[in-house]
Design a protein around this ligand. Sequence first.
Ligand code: ADP
Ligand code: MG
Length: 246
Amino acid sequence: MNNGIAAVTLSKVNKWYGEFHVLKDVDLSVAKGQKIVVCGPSGSGKSTMIRCINRLEEHQRGTISVFGTELDDNIKNIDEIRREVGMVFQHFNLFPHMTVLENCTLAPMLVRKVSEAEANKAAMRFLEKVRIPEQANKYPGQLSGGQQQRVAIARSLCMNPAVMLFDEPTSALDPEMISEVLDVMVSLAEEGMTMICVTHEMGFARRVADRVIFMDKGEIIEQGPPSEFFDNPKNDRTKLFLSQIL
Ligand code: ADP
Ligand code: MG
């Protein structure tokens, strides 16, 4: 992996759902180790943008690259990028019929051809990191939302991603569980993980973000370091949005 190139680059990215223009000339460059927080009103294209980065959605114009590999129709490139990019969703998306441990070991064994013993060992290490090793043999349905989301984070980490994408990881959680997930994300950030997080958790953004990006109607309207962004927003749409969430 080359440290001299950006981790993630979007250049004039455009996407349509049918006639609907959902991403409009989106430019974004994330250096290795940087943490980006993306916010904006519902429907502004935040999920679509980050889903494009690992090809859960396809963009039609512009370029997306991850560590210099361009996301195009070449399946080899798509596989390569997916190996580098971990994703955590709002609704956890764990496999309900598998234990926590099995959720964590499935992909490393299947995709990376890691032995079961090795996969188990790595999984336990990451479950410790997210502070729930004692839940390893339970099923997702037996865990709280906050615990399930921490399993989802551990599961992603088991693939050793170079970049982590988070799509509103705490917005489906009961309020008392939000901080246990954010704490794990803060630790990850402090260890130097490259992260793009869609979240409206402004405390988190102030604490870890190098840059906050505000999207509205498919465009990046404003961006800046958290202090500048929150304390001195320039655009009227940003001001309106912040007045609604703060
Ligand atoms: P956000 O995450 O900011 O709330 P999304 O990226 O989910 O926004 O959605 C942006 C817009 O695209 C919304 O208007 C949404 O209704 C629309 N959209 C999202 N997914 C699809 C889809 N699969 N087909 C058609 N329209 C979609
Ligand atoms: Mg969304």
